[in-house]
Write a protein that binds this ligand. Sequence first.
Ligand SMILES: Nc1nc2c(ncn2[C@@H]2O[C@H](COP(=O)(O)OP(=O)(O)OP(=O)(O)O)[C@@H](O)[C@H]2O)c(=O)[nH]1
Ligand SMILES: [Mg+2]
Length: 159
Amino acid sequence: MSTKPKVMLVGGIGAGKSSLVARLIDSSEEVRKTQTLTYSSFTIDTPGEYIENPFMYKNIIAVAEEADYILFIQDVNQIRCVYPPGIARSFNKPTLGIITKADGDLEHLPQVLLNFKEMGLEEPFFITSSKTGQGIAELKSFLFDKEPKSKKNSSYLIV
Ligand SMILES: Nc1nc2c(ncn2[C@@H]2O[C@H](COP(=O)(O)OP(=O)(O)OP(=O)(O)O)[C@@H](O)[C@H]2O)c(=O)[nH]1
Ligand SMILES: [Mg+2]
């Protein structure tokens, strides 16, 4: 049985959740569109439709009960924010803001960071690429290393 904390990923359609899961669990299987909740021993991958359709929010809230961390995933190429304001404060669990696809243009990064603040997310925010592996070791270390961590003093702060 895994002793790692259970990590739930939430984010828009095509934001890169499943590609990030593949990195977190060291899977080389081809990533396909997520049709339903998908579990590994320490990840819970959600379909993008769960956050894009408000009538699915109740599913996110229910599944979050099983998780130790809620990761909000945002494609840096998308300024469209699929999350309602303050969403991160609706969970009594640690939440993290993760920016994906950082291997491309970072033009919209400032807007994405503003959106994260509106969502009620606190730093550190992680900037990652599942294509190049950027930021993945830092994220894994933050989530899975045993030593106690303080968000405030985190060396992964990117803003
Ligand atoms: N360049 C680049 N492309 C990425 C990255 N992560 C994911 N992608 C691509 O983005 C597309 C969507 O990736 P997924 O991981 O399936 O996205 P998802 O959030 O799981 O999407 P749903 O399952 O539909 O909710 C795929 O074509 C991926 O190859 C990344 O870090 N960089
Ligand atoms: Mg997916």
